[in-house]
Design a protein around this ligand. Sequence first.
Ligand SMILES: [Zn+2]
Ligand SMILES: [Zn+2]
Ligand SMILES: [Zn+2]
Length: 200
Amino acid sequence: MVAELSSQFKPIHAAPVAQITTSSAGSQMKDSRLMSDSSSNFEDAFDQLGLSLEEVEAFQLANRAKKVANSEVCACGHAMNKHTKYESGHWDCHTAKMWCPCQEPIPILVADDTKYFMTKTHGYGARHALATGLLRCRQKGVKTRMIVEPRCFKCDRQTDTLFPAAINRENRLVDVPADRNGIFCIECIYAFQGIQVESP
Ligand SMILES: [Zn+2]
Ligand SMILES: [Zn+2]
Ligand SMILES: [Zn+2]
């Protein structure tokens, strides 16, 4: 029901509310409203204020969507809302204490509080900012949830053992914050390191 209302946002409903301030038209409007409600003794405060149900619901929905966006965390291990795109077309991701060259922000999970995602990447897996950020959340009792399928970003294989990693422009795995970040299977981690794994 709520979703339905969002798609049919009608600013027209706002007009009568705004007009109440003008003397004659306003009082007329109010009277007719009271008349229509006279059948019942109880009048809801929502109607008494002349609020538009559609308008308030649309605002509530938009505000909720904003909160969801603000709770998203990028594959680089930092909150999506800490990413900035510059006129040059380049991105970065920063807080007062942290800077990261993330060029491809990808929302990967949501957290009840993203403020613990501001650690630095020192390698892949346990040493990546996504892993240390998630650890901090667990230590602080902050809930987190994946919003992407548990698949390797490179080979698309579905596995429950995925390693967050930073990849540089030369497509190599690095031990510092880098342009690209993702979650990868161990075979692809080896491939990024230039290690050939012989298949049995
Ligand atoms: Zn980042
Ligand atoms: Zn990022
Ligand atoms: Zn893979």
